[in-house]
Each structure stands twice: as C-alpha cells, then as structure tokens.
Design a binder for this molecule. Structure first.
Ligand SMILES: Cc1cc2nc3c(=O)[nH]c(=O)nc-3n(C[C@H](O)[C@H](O)[C@H](O)COP(=O)(O)O)c2cc1C
Length: 225
C-alpha cells in the first residue's frame, strides 16, 4: 500500500502536526506500507478562482504545485490529511488544497482510496476539525477510517503521552488493514453514498455548462440522459 500524508502546517514536517503524523506513518509502515509526507509549506497551492475550468475541461488552469501534489495523491492508495487547528479549522494552506479538489469531488475521484485525519492544537477543539477532514475524504469518494489528535498545551515539547502515541500508531495500522480488507466504514456508507447521488443530480442540472464532468459521469458512472 502506498500512503501520502499532506501536512498543512506552515511549520512543515518539523512542527507538532508533522511529529504526530510521523507516528501514524510509522504504524502504517509497520504493516508494510510505503509512505511519503508532502508538506505544502515551501510549495504554492493558490486558492481556487472559481473559474469552473476543472468542471468544463477536467483540469485546473492555475500553474502551481497543486498539480504535482494531486498526482502523488492519485498514485497512492491512502491519503492522510494533517493540520494544526487554525481558529477552529484547517490551515489556509490545506483549505486551498481542498478547494482545488472541487473537480475531484464532483467526479468522486479519490474513490478506492482510504484516508485518515491528524490534528494538533494549542488548547483543544480538534474533534470537529478531524471530522471535517474525514468528511472531505468521504465526499471525494475515499473511505475515512479514523483520526488522531493532540492538544499541545498538555504535551512537553513533542513528546506525546503514551496513549496518543499508541492511538497514532494504531491509526496507521488501521489504515493499512482497512485498505487490505476493502472495508466499508459507517462514515462512508452515511456520507459518500448519499453524496454521490447529489453529484449525479448536479451533473444532470449542469450538463450544458460542465461538459467534461457530464461526459465523465456518462462514460464512467452510468449516468443516463
Ligand atoms: C494562526 C494560528 C491560529 C491558531 N488557532 C488556534 C485555535 O483556534 N485553537 C487552538 O487550540 N490552537 C490554535 N493555534 C495553535 C496551533 O493549533 C498549535 O500550536 C498547533 O499544534 C501548531 O501545529 P504545528 O506546529 O504543526 O504548526 C493557532 C496557531 C496559529 C499560528
């Protein structure tokens, strides 16, 4: 299994989020996965311009690092999303990546991949951020398997307490096991399958404006009309 972890912290791999993500990757590697950490810092992922070109022709016209990061994700079986808590949400860097994936969402382009979420914060509120990232995974068609987080105000340096280390390591292992078993999680059942029907309806509504996506749905997802 090949896993890509995208770390959205401006501190890159050297921050708390990178440190926690490394433990998740060690868990995955212990079961034979090959892992790559992609740090958005130092690269450029511009915000979406809402030009709708991805929906019309299938690719983004902006020339920046989004394309290469997306290629790495496309080539992977697993996708870990990692962010610091920035005012109760993901970092702007990671949000820009999510928004640039609008065409992926419409075409359910990460279907078949398995994913997980990693969050660190100064003082708390990690759960809704992890839930949001797992929702992102689910609406791209991927199967979210879980999350781990750490409140850094309660940690000495980056020396995470044993239970958080254990949770992070287990999450990496769980990702590999779920992918190997082609497991369908309740989140996937609940979110992805319903969301896919919304996308099907959207394609029929926008078929004139978004020819690439409409034709994709007809050719690959059995859309009729
Ligand atoms: C712009 C900014 C906003 C932040 N907002 C929050 C917040 O709302 N709640 C919180 O608990 N911590 C907040 N923090 C603290 C970070 O989430 C925390 O230090 C995190 O562990 C940093 O991870 P990193 O070292 O990987 O960048 C914020 C930090 C910054 C720089």
């Amino acid at each position: 299994m090949k896993i890509v972890a995208i770390v959205g912290s401006p501190r890159g791999a050297k921050g708390a989020t990178g440190a926690l993500t490394k433990i998740v990757l060690q868990g995955a590697e212990s079961l034979g996965a090959t892992c790559e950490m992609i740090v958005i810092r130092g690269q450029e992922v511009k915000p979406c311009k809402a030009c709708d070109t991805c929906h019309k022709v299938g690719s983004c016209p902006q020339k920046d690092s989004f394309r290469t990061i997306k290629e790495s994700v496309d080539a992977a079986d697993g996708l870990i999303l990692a962010t610091p808590n920035y005012i109760s949400h993901v970092s702007a860097q990671l949000k820009a990546f999510f928004d640039r994936c609008c065409g992926v969402v419409h075409c359910q382009g990460f279907e078949g991949k398995y994913g997980a979420a990693v969050v660190t914060s100064g003082g708390g509120d990690e759960a809704p951020i992890a839930e949001y990232m797992n929702r992102f995974l689910a609406v791209t068609g991927a199967v979210p398997v879980g999350s781990v987080w750490a409140t850094m105000g309660q940690v000495q340096g980056y020396d995470f307490p044993a239970e958080i280390k254990e949770e992070a390591h287990s999450l990496g292992m769980r990702l590999v096991k779920a992918w190997s078993a082609k497991e369908i999680t309740p989140e996937y059942q609940e979110i992805t399958l319903g969301f896919r029907e919304r996308m099907r309806a959207l394609m029929l509504w926008r078929k004139a404006e978004w020819p690439y996506e409409y034709e994709y749905w007809k050719a690959c997802r059995g859309l009729s009309a």
